[in-house]
Write a protein that binds this ligand. Structure first.
Ligand SMILES: C[S@@+](CC[C@H](N)C(=O)[O-])C[C@H]1O[C@@H](n2cnc3c(N)ncnc32)[C@H](O)[C@@H]1O
Length: 286
């Protein structure tokens, strides 16, 4: 192998697992996620994916593809109204959402830890509308980098990130966005409490990798509590993954609908920010 060798450990290494899943799904016939760049990234990396994470898992890969697609659809829905918005992808890893949703007018800001920011710059093509900030998402100075958030709009995505942060850090991010991005939205996936407990106990494995501790968890029924982070959160809405492929796609959909099963998988939620006195404060759908 002659590709780029990623030296990642702990939470940053998990980005290789999600990339592995997305790329496997993108390579299927009739993929739920059109992502040729994920396939190219996999080929460019000198990393023993199968040794580390096991053989590709068709169910997990499709579920991962549908989750990314769900993020894309929420971002695209917002961009349809505000095409010049800034999309801030916190903990963007080697995600390629910019190329999947680019409308030619948006700006994209990836916020990543330095080791991953370097990897993004080394592996992904440049664009004058794409910037990678090398800093922790918990350092809210990235909010200062959003150009005219009220005029142009802002979408914050947190795919696969918040569960690895401390509860106080998650609250600070949500409150910071609500205070600084009126008219904006934030899209998140959350891990339920039971599987998160397994990771804290060190019992959760993916192939040879021990899943790092997930310190922040939330059951889908607890969504309403997110509003308490800041009065500027005017809407909390559950997002359902789009329809998948074949019988496995149906299984993924059913899993996200049944109360007993949906606490085993990540749940998707959209937060909308308004002014604390706005007229849409009453909205809160689970
Ligand atoms: C599960 S990966 C998800 C990566 C990507 N969003 C995806 O879905 O493929 C978690 C990501 O969070 C990043 N991360 C962890 N802590 C972070 C922090 N404090 N600030 C910014 N990124 C962080 C890691 O480097 C890693 O890329």
């Amino acid at each position: 192998m002659t590709g780029v060798r990623p030296m990642l450990h702990g939470v940053p290494e998990t980005l290789l697992w999600t990339l592995y899943n997305r790329a496997y799904e993108a390579g299927r016939r009739y993929p739920v996620l059109d992502d040729p760049m994920a396939l190219r990234l996999l080929a460019d990396l000198d990393y023993p994916f199968e040794e580390r994470f096991g053989r590709p898992n068709a169910f997990l890969s499709q579920a991962q593809g549908l989750r990314s697609r769900c993020f894309d659809l929420a971002v695209q829905e917002y961009l349809a109204e505000r095409p010049q918005a800034t999309v801030v992808a916190l903990g963007d890893g080697l995600e390629t959402g910019f190329w999947r949703v680019d409308n030619g007018r948006l700006s994209w800001l990836s916020v990543e830890l330095p080791v991953v920011a370097e990897l993004r710059k080394a592996l992904l093509p440049a664009s004058d509308r794409l910037r990678t900030l090398s800093r922790s998402a918990t350092d809210l100075s990235w909010l200062d980098e959003i150009e005219d958030p009220e005029g142009r709009g802002a979408v914050v995505t947190t795919q696969g990130l918040l569960m690895y942060l401390r509860p106080g850090e998650v609250r600070t991010i949500l409150a910071g966005c609500a205070a600084r991005l009126p008219g904006g939205i934030l899209v998140m996936d959350t891990m339920a409490r039971r599987p998160a407990r397994g990771t804290v106990a060190g019992r959760s494995r993916v192939g040879a990798m021990t899943v790092p501790p997930m310190h922040w968890a939330m059951n889908p029924g607890e969504r309403h509590k997110l509003r308490s982070a800041h009065p500027g959160i005017t809407e909390v809405r559950a997002l359902r993954p789009p329809r998948g492929r074949g019988a496995m796609g149906e299984l993924i959909r059913i899993q996200s609908l049944l109360p007993g099963l949906r606490t085993l998988t990540p749940a998707m939620t959209l937060l909308r920010f308004g002014t604390a006195t706005g007229t849409d404060r009453g909205r809160n759908r689970n």
